[in-house]
Write a protein that binds this ligand. Structure first.
Ligand SMILES: [Zn+2]
Length: 411
């Protein structure tokens, strides 16, 4: 029975492929470059508004009823449900972000031109991850055109504000805080060669050391009655944190990896060359393994700094994302592995990835999520990003199979 479905679905996907590619071009042309960092991101910047409108219109065109939901009408996430019969007790959420990074100055093509050269479609964010968003829609369209009723709901979720650091309250987190739930999710960051079973985490922080300003030529400074050099005090902080190691346990998804602490990565201080500096700010970045917590990182830092006599400092967290992993025997992992082998002729690895994404937002809420599986290409966060068009269509064939394998078909 399933075999018949798949040959029908393959013909529909083949028939729709030219239209699917044109739709991807429309997504590339709908600019959604995100200039913000996590702390600067605002709910009303309108970055993904045009993308959301193009996606919502296409969802309506294929017969779904999209909902636009977000912290403000300027930054709507888009959600649509392909209603299943609910006899499987399962719900599968497909998730992707609508924003992109800012274009690199080294592009040799128009980043918004959606130019096709041979098997490649070039565009900013085409691989990361507009192609995946188009795969969701055309997989759903094929299922609808084939008249298939799934055994559970398929949720298509298009989120805002991932690129600043996979930690936004406005995107996937917002959806999960406002009713989105599933029994499994696929966060379709690109690449077919790995079914990504987790990602490392991160803790970014800022240390502010306060001193006291004084004129370097003053008698009070000469006698050390006034003035305290904040930059020199930061030197003590750097020394104290130099050899800090974050304890970490080996994790199946990250073979041979460990947590890494880097401080400082950026430093600011001083006002003029003849003033004792009153403040120095330094930033740090930590890469985390499963089990590391925000409180643990803060404790490790404070333990060392509290020992420095006379140090006036504050420690501020800029971002915390937990490292997450799911078991390789989760049904969706095995399904994607088998179907990729069948359709693309490659056996994907099953490992976690280094840079994090929105995957942890599902996994930390108890929803097993693939943290990366999508079409192939190159140039993510760099110049001349492209998706391979044959992979783009093959991924759609893999997704319809995975959706049916996971949710089943209503009888
Ligand atoms: Zn991405």
């Amino acid at each position: 029975m399933a075999v018949d479905h798949f040959s029908t679905l393959d013909s529909i996907i083949a028939r729709n492929s030219a239209e699917q590619i044109e739709f991807l071009q429309a997504l590339v042309r709908a600019k959604s470059a995100n200039p913000y960092t996590v702390d600067k991101s605002t709910p009303d910047s309108g970055i993904e508004k045009e993308m959301a409108a193009v996606i919502a219109a296409q969802l309506r065109a294929i017969g779904l009823e999209p909902t636009l939901i977000g912290a403000s009408p300027e930054r709507p996430n888009v959600v649509a449900t392909l209603q299943g019969a609910a006899n499987s007790g399962k719900t599968l959420a497909l998730n992707g972000h609508m924003d992109t990074v800012m274009p690199s100055k080294q592009w040799t093509m128009d980043p918004f031109g959606a130019t096709i050269v041979g098997n490649r479609l070039y565009g900013l964010g085409v691989l990361d991850m507009k192609a995946s968003l188009a795969v969701f829609i055309y997989a759903a369209k094929a299922l609808l055109e084939a008249g298939i009723t799934l055994g559970g709901d398929l949720l298509l979720t298009f989120a805002v504000d991932e690129e600043p650091g996979g930690a936004s309250p406005y995107g996937t987190n917002y959806l999960l805080d406002h009713g989105l739930t599933a029994t499994t999710a696929i966060v379709a960051e690109p690449g077919l060669d790995n079914v990504t079973i987790g990602h490392r985490g991160g803790y970014r922080f800022k240390i502010t050391v306060r001193g006291e300003a004084a004129h370097t030529g003053s008698l009070q400074w000469e006698r050390r009655e006034l003035g305290k050099n904040a930059i020199a005090a930061m030197g003590d902080v750097i020394t104290a944190l130099r050899d800090l190691e974050i304890p970490s346990q080996p994790a199946a998804a990250f073979p041979g990896r460990k947590s890494v602490f880097t401080f400082p990565t950026l430093i600011q201080g001083g006002a003029t060359i003849n003033t004792v500096p009153e403040e120095c700010i330094a930033y740090g970045d930590s890469r985390l393994m499963p089990g590391n917590t925000e409180a643990q990182l803060e404790g490790l830092i404070r333990e060392r700094l509290d020992r420095i006599e006379g140090l006036d400092y504050s420690l501020d967290k800029l971002l915390f994302v937990p490292a997450v992993q799911i078991a390789t025997d989760e049904p969706i992992v095995q399904i994607l592995k088998v179907r990729t082998q069948e359709i693309a002729g490659i056996t994907p690895t099953t490992e976690g990835c280094g840079p994090w994404n929105d995957g942890w937002m599902f996994i930390s809420r108890g929803i097993p999520a693939i943290c990366g599986f999508g079409p192939a290409g190159a140039g993510v966060h760099a110049a001349d990003e492209y998706v391979e068009l044959d992979s783009f269509i093959a991924t759609t064939r893999i997704f319809v199979r995975a959706i049916i394998d996971y949710l089943g078909v209503a009888e």
